[in-house]
Design a protein around this ligand. Structure first.
Ligand SMILES: Cc1cc2nc3c(=O)[nH]c(=O)nc-3n(C[C@H](O)[C@H](O)[C@H](O)COP(=O)(O)O)c2cc1C
Length: 289
């Protein structure tokens, strides 16, 4: 049985479904039929969303959760530009917990971010337990304190063996001075990993999917913008990504589902500082081919 059904009383034979999805919609003797299945359909839902008469039902999707956008929503380009420009990294947060329903709202928004092949394998771990956050921060600095030399050794071994140095190791090595400063900062009583934020959001995915890192970063970036609409601010924490999948005490503390890796990390909270100006950035280098 096809994963999608066409109500022939509603279908006006416009053929938009066939134009969009030649794999799953065919016309014969003036009647359009569908043949969607696990091989041919990746649950993008385009057919349902495009059908002008609402004739198509998808049996594998929640039809109640298709929202009517037919009237057209206009987006103010300047407002969007300012949203992007006013997302800044916040590293000072109010000592105030984020209500669960706001975090749930952010999680829900991520469902609608795109994923490679529409695989939708991104998962999220939210840490709010302050002691756990502190433990994760401490493990991170422990790693930098004790294993920087190993990173350098690993890179040299890869180069000697004509193997590619893993990107994450390369990135860590470009930040050696920062990593050493992180160690010094802890000695001075500072918490520069998660910035004492009330919540840490980890975006993880099975490694065996087409675009796990992209999927997680798109989801986390969606959250950085959505958070602002809820008066929350964020900061990406790449420092934690260096260690999240490789340092046993952290791997154990996180207890991710088997086969998964953390690909993007955010801290979130109510900001203590308010930016009054959107800043300049370097011009984008663009090639027009
Ligand atoms: C992928 C990525 C990783 C980052 N990792 C960290 C981090 O570990 N700690 C931190 O304090 N800031 C981190 N940042 C924040 C950057 O330093 C910041 O985005 C940059 O300086 C630009 O400032 P803005 O975010 O306020 O526009 C990271 C940003 C990105 C995009």
């Amino acid at each position: 049985m096809s994963w999608t059904a066409i109500d022939q009383d509603l279908c006006n034979q416009c053929g938009i479904c066939m134009t969009r999805c030649v794999m799953n919609y065919q016309e014969k003797d003036g009647v359009i039929t569908s043949s969607a299945n696990a091989v041919t359909c990746n649950l993008c839902g385009h057919c349902v969303a495009l059908c002008p008469t609402g004739a198509i039902t998808h049996h594998k999707m929640d039809m109640e959760n298709f929202v009517d956008i037919a009237k057209g929503i206009t987006y103010d380009p300047e407002a969007f530009r300012l949203l992007v420009r006013s997302r800044r990294s916040h590293r000072l947060f109010e000592d105030k917990e984020i209500p669960r329903e706001l975090l749930e709202e952010l999680v829900d928004i991520c469902r609608y971010a795109p994923t490679g092949s529409n695989r939708q394998t991104v998962e999220i771990t939210i840490v709010q337990d302050r002691q756990k956050i502190q433990r994760l921060a401490d493990h991170t600095v422990d790693f930098f304190e004790n294993h920087i030399d190993e990173l350098e050794k690993e890179a040299k071994e890869c180069e000697a063996g004509d193997r590619e140095v893993p990107q994450i190791t390369k990135s860590a090595l470009t930040m050696l001075q920062t990593l050493k400063l992180v160690v010094i900062a802890r000695k001075l009583g500072m918490e520069v990993i998660f910035h004492r934020a009330p919540a840490v959001m980890l975006f993880h995915s099975p490694t065996e999917t087409s675009t796990p890192k992209d999927d997680c970063v798109i989801a986390s970036t969606t959250v950085t913008l959505a958070a602002k609409t809820l008066s929350l601010e964020t900061c990406y924490i790449g420092l934690f990504e260096f260690v999240a999948n490789r340092y046993p005490p952290i791997v154990e503390e996180l207890g991710l589902p088997p086969g998964q890796k953390v690909y993007s990390i955010l801290v979130l909270g109510y900001p203590r500082l308010k930016f009054l100006r959107a800043v300049d950035r370097k011009p984008m280098k663009v090639r027009w081919l």
